[in-house]
Design a protein around this ligand. Structure first.
Ligand SMILES: Cc1cc2nc3c(=O)[nH]c(=O)nc-3n(C[C@H](O)[C@H](O)[C@H](O)COP(=O)(O)OP(=O)(O)OC[C@H]3O[C@@H](n4cnc5c(N)ncnc54)[C@H](O)[C@@H]3O)c2cc1C
Ligand SMILES: NC(=O)c1ccc[n+]([C@@H]2O[C@H](COP(=O)([O-])OP(=O)(O)OC[C@H]3O[C@@H](n4cnc5c(N)ncnc54)[C@H](OP(=O)(O)O)[C@@H]3O)[C@@H](O)[C@H]2O)c1
Length: 459
């Protein structure tokens, strides 16, 4: 029996680890990755040690039932350079993401070694371009010209690159002074310290870029623009708030009102706002699923940006860099939308921005622009050959909010909303069904549940 996992990022690795752990019958797991080293994907392939996990060690174990597994592993890594690992690692430490990548790789290797006889893992470096299905089997067509057969297939395709913001001058996007994705290892390559730069987006990817710029001695202005112009706040250690009380009628309006009341309550008691928002985390998926489609669309338009920016926080190291740059005036944050870019023959770019809520314009002068507007979850607009192939066959169905339509067990729904018995998914592709808090803490549960589901239904 064979299970193919397409995508060797963290989600693919997590499900492979769980399959290796749980399988008792003979099984070959095919883990297929097109470009990144196995287990790293977009999030953990950074080589910059200043790019930290945005949650503490205790939230990053691969195993939902052994929350200190990552902590124990990290404490035993005596061969990692001192500057990578702080002298004492505790459950509250924020470690470099490259360390987490090494942890995933080591845990996968360990799971492979400890698997039952007949249970094996094959790592395949190739890109899946298309899938053909018969009743009980799928054939995967690869870029190399090879093909593979499997009885179950997991799509762990991950974070699609950002989309280009709509502007009056879209031809600019062909310029080599424009970097399509802030996750690219090349994003800051060749930038001179005295060249001003614009980052579009003010989320954690922009924070990564600002931290890297600081560490490479960038001395010119760093402009950041996003529609709301809010930077992620720092983490604080606080006493948790009581569990969030779900209103009896949990409409979006009631939920927003309840959160506002709780925030007001905390403020009047002189308490920090963070624990109030944190009380939403355990019930986030449940609340998300109780909303109607219209309410989800309203959430995406009016609430998502504020809520997620305040839930995705930065460690103190990054917070220190950002506040120093804001204070010195090197970092300038603009709330608004880019209207146009004009590049002259010397490579200088004039950027026209509409500040939020005004009809006026501001003009920036920069030498490079990096898109850090986040994953493009609109599968209808993706140019990925595999996604196009599956859409054309009607065997996957884009979710109106983003990602793909899925059944509760992770099976992909076709265009008639019928769950597949061959194709499954996990991770960022489930954003529409599960909401937009898809950290490792959430994906590790999906991986365990999906592994058990697949093993239960193997022919
Ligand atoms: C920059 C970043 C930092 C993050 N940091 C944290 C954090 O600190 N803590 C936390 O809990 N969560 C974090 N997350 C959230 C979550 O952990 C990540 O989204 C995680 O990377 C999801 O892994 P993935 O495998 O689903 O996606 P990806 O990392 O995007 O990996 C998908 C992989 O699939 C491959 N692939 C796609 N299509 C094909 C194909 N057709 N054939 C073969 N291979 C294919 C891609 O090459 C890629 O390597 C972060 C996310 C990002 C984007
Ligand atoms: N561990 C880490 O430190 C780390 C690092 C990077 C990423 N991540 C994770 O990776 C995921 C993606 O993060 P991300 O920062 O890439 O994306 P993101 O969290 O989706 O943020 C996107 C940013 O772009 C802005 N934006 C969106 N469309 C825009 C437009 N058309 N014009 C201008 N601004 C626009 C958004 O703000 P507005 O809505 O206000 O416009 C927001 O600031 C998240 O889950 C994040 O937690 C984690």
């Amino acid at each position: 029996m064979k299970i193919a996992i397409i995508g060797g990022g963290a989600s693919g690795a997590l499900v492979a680890i769980q399959l290796l752990h749980q399988a008792v019958q003979p099984l070959t797991i095919l883990l297929i990755e097109r470009q990144n080293p196995f287990c790293l994907g977009v999030a953990y392939s950074t080589q910059d040690i200043h790019h930290l996990l945005n949650v503490p060690v205790s939230d990053m174990s691969v195993f939902p039932n052994d929350q200190l597994h990552f902590l124990r592993w990290a404490q035993n890594q005596h061969d990692l350079p001192k500057k990578v690992l702080a002298s004492s690692i505790t459950a509250d430490s924020f470690l470099p993401r490259l360390v987490y990548g090494a942890y995933l790789q080591s845990t996968l290797d360990q799971a492979e070694t400890n698997a039952k006889p007949g249970v094996q893992l094959e790592r395949i470096t190739d890109q899946v371009l298309g899938i053909q299905q018969t009743t009980n089997e799928a054939t995967l067509h690869l870029q190399s010209g090879n093909s593979l057969q499997a009885q179950k297939v997991v799509l762990a395709l991950g974070n699609p690159p950002p989309t280009n913001p709509n502007v009056d001058t879209p031809d600019f996007y062909k310029s080599d002074r424009y970097i399509r994705s802030g996750w690219s290892a090349q994003a800051l390559k060749g930038l001179e310290p005295n060249e001003p730069i614009l980052l579009i987006g003010s989320g954690l990817t922009s924070i990564d870029l600002i931290v890297s710029l600081a560490n490479q001695g960038h001395c010119s202005t760093i402009h950041v623009v996003s529609r709301h112009g809010i930077l992620p706040p720092g983490h604080r250690t606080n006493t948790p708030s009581p569990a969030f009380e779900i209103p009896s009628v949990p409409t979006l309006g009631h939920l927003v009102r309840k959160v506002r009341e709780d925030l007001h309550g905390a403020e009047t008691q002189g308490l920090d706002w963070r624990p109030v928002l944190d009380s939403l985390r355990p019930v986030f998926t449940k609340l998300w699923q109780s909303l109607t489609l219209k309410e989800k669309e309203r959430f995406a338009r009016h609430v998502r940006s504020y809520l997620l920016t305040h839930l995705r926080r930065i460690p103190s190291q990054a917070e220190g860099v950002i506040s120093a740059m804001l204070q010195s005036g090197q970092l300038l944050v603009h709330a608004g939308r880019v209207r146009a870019y004009y590049e002259d023959s010397s490579g200088s770019i004039q950027v026209i921005i509409h500040p939020r809520g005004t009809k006026s314009e501001i003009v920036l002068h920069v030498r490079r622009i990096i898109n850090a507007t986040g994953p493009n979850y609109n599968y209808q607009t993706l140019k990925d050959p595999l996604v196009l192939n599956l859409l054309k066959q009607g065997v996957i169905s884009p979710h109106p909010i983003g990602g793909l339509m899925t059944a509760p067990n992770g099976a992909l729904l076709d265009t008639f909303k019928i769950p597949s018995n061959l194709l499954y998914t996990l991770g960022p592709s489930r954003v529409g069904d599960l909401g937009d808090l898809l950290s490792i803490k959430v994906i590790r549960h999906q991986a365990l549940a999906l592994a058990l589901e697949l093993l239960r239904h193997l022919p």
